[in-house]
Design a protein around this ligand. Structure first.
Ligand code: G3H
Length: 489
């Protein structure tokens, strides 16, 4: 068990003596089902939040040569020191990823390794950015030395489904660009920050990274109220993002770097390669039990191939293996949120009363911490599962005759992250790709939706995102172009 009793403020690991919140895993460690106590975290409030914010503001305004104006090579040295210390913690962090959020062993290892790679790639991209900014420009007799500068204080809040990778995809570029930060880990996937606290404390100057624990409304809301936050960096839901944004007294001054909900569709045309399509849809809908903002959350299948698709897809879903994250070949793993099976059941009940049927034999079967993926057909737009992000193992399927049907739905949708398009005929696909690219930000051809490779832009239209992430884009999202100009006289 890990009883987290320290938090990082102004370069100091401070002791916490107040209230705590226990952290449980929905994975049972006994034969008779019982959630496992993993440890506890401090239940912090406004005083600690203000200390952390003051430290970040202070570190940003410390004067010349300190973090925001420090030499690029020195900032890079700090980041390199951090990532090296982080690499040494792989085993501990991977184990916590499995217990805290139920992510399978291969996926937990991938999340860790991908994050380390992301940090190294960010360092390289930052070096390139610095090389580019060394060049002078001259237009109409005015010389300019254009560079990128930090924005100020960043409040960083990550999600539970990628508590390491996505949180760090915000935090690392924010830090390296010279901003100072206050960071609060997600509710699930919080203890895995413990093995990294010392690395943060010893690698960066005081006040650059401040780490708090507790509930978002207890620590993040008071921070926003002060109006001293320059960037809200959050991956999660738009309700939390909007609530925090509203707390800021001058929210028009706030830069938003947000990754929010999505309802990514798969559109399957009649000439699609069904073997490939079924495999891609399986991964797209059910990797990490559908708990990905990039998951396929609705499948549009052409009428002509609907029956064959439903039959073969359902069989494949039922053949998946459920197990604990460390079990060999387990593709389906316990859901980390205790109330999730009941919520999924509610969505299924709602859909069934409105005419949908679960097409696979095991669909909807519940155990203590799981509900078997349900292939649901025919789904209609009045069903909750069509509207709500669900973030779980339901696969809602709609059939269509005319391609305008899914296109109209996408145009009406509040979301616009990605789409997967399955088909072969290039003359059909080509104009469709152009149309789809204006509705979402990534069109995946004959493949499921995903965020990676992390060098590619990750963003969305409408309510799905603000600003762009990727190794390259995130450095730009957390900075502003500034320049020195002088005349040729
Ligand atoms: O929750 C959204 C994540 O960015 C998903 O990332 O597509 O690499 O699994 P992924």
């Amino acid at each position: 068990q890990i009883h987290q009793q320290e938090y990082l403020v102004n370069g100091e690991l401070k002791k916490w003596n107040g209230n705590i919140t226990e952290v449980f895993s929905t994975i049972s460690s006994t034969a008779e089902y019982a959630p496992t106590l993993l440890g506890s975290i401090p239940d912090m409030g406004e005083p600690e939040a203000m200390d952390a914010l003051d430290a970040a503001v202070g570190a940003y305004n410390q004067g010349q040569g300190v973090w925001p104006t420090m030499k690029v090579k020195d900032r890079i040295e700090c980041m390199e020191a951090f990532v090296k210390k982080m690499e040494a913690k792989r085993e501990e962090v991977v184990k916590l990823l499995m217990w805290e959020i139920g992510k399978s062993l291969p996926d937990s290892q991938k999340e860790f390794d991908r994050t380390v790679e992301y940090i190294y790639d960010t360092i390289e991209d930052y070096k390139q950015l610095d090389r580019d900014s060394a060049k002078f420009q001259k237009h109409d007799g005015v010389y300019a030395h254009i560079r990128r500068g930090p924005l100020g204080v960043v409040l960083c809040l990550g999600p539970y489904n990628y508590p390491l990778n996505e949180t760090f995809a915000l935090l690392i570029p924010a830090i390296i660009m010279g901003n100072t930060t206050v960071f609060k880990p997600a509710k699930h996937g919080v203890l895995l920050i413990t093995p990294l606290l010392e690395a943060f404390q010893s690698s960066f100057p005081k006040g650059v990274v401040n780490i708090l624990f507790g509930r978002g409304r207890a620590v993040a809301a008071p921070i926003m109220k002060t109006g001293k936050v320059d960037v809200l960096a959050l991956i999660g839901n738009s309700k939390s993002a909007n609530a925090l944004q509203d707390q800021h007294p001058k929210s028009n001054r706030l830069r938003l770097v947000l990754g929010l909900e999505a309802k990514n569709p798969a559109i399957i045309l009649p000439d699609a390669d069904l073997d490939l399509t079924i495999n891609e849809c399986l991964a797209g809908t059910l990797s990490f039990n559908g708990q990905r903002c990039t998951a396929l959350k609705v499948v549009y299948i052409h009428e002509d191939i609907k029956d064959e698709f439903l039959k073969r897809f359902s069989e494949k879903v039922d053949a998946l293996k459920f197990g604990n994250p460390w079990d060999d070949g387990a593709k389906l793993t316990p859901l980390p949120e205790p109330g999730k099976p009941a919520y999924i059941q509610e969505l299924l009940d709602d859909a069934k009363t409105k005419g949908a049927r679960v097409k696979n034999k095991k669909g909807g079967k519940q155990s203590d911490n799981y509900i078997w993926p349900a292939v649901l057909y025919p789904v209609t737009k009045d069903m909750r599962v069509y509207e709500e992000e669900q973030f779980g193992p339901i696969i809602p399927i709609l059939s269509f005759k005319d391609i305008e049907e899914p296109l109209n739905d996408m145009a009406e949708s509040n979301y616009g992250q990605q789409v997967s398009l399955f088909g072969k005929d290039v003359y059909t696909l080509s104009p469709l790709i152009d149309t789809l690219a204006n509705l979402v930000c990534r069109v995946n051809l004959n493949s499921s939706c995903q965020r990676g490779p992390d060098v590619y832009p990750f963003t969305g239209r409408k309510d799905s995102a603000q600003s762009t992430l990727s190794v390259h884009d995130a450095l730009r999202s957390f900075s502003v172009r500034t320049f020195v100009a002088f005349k040729d006289n």
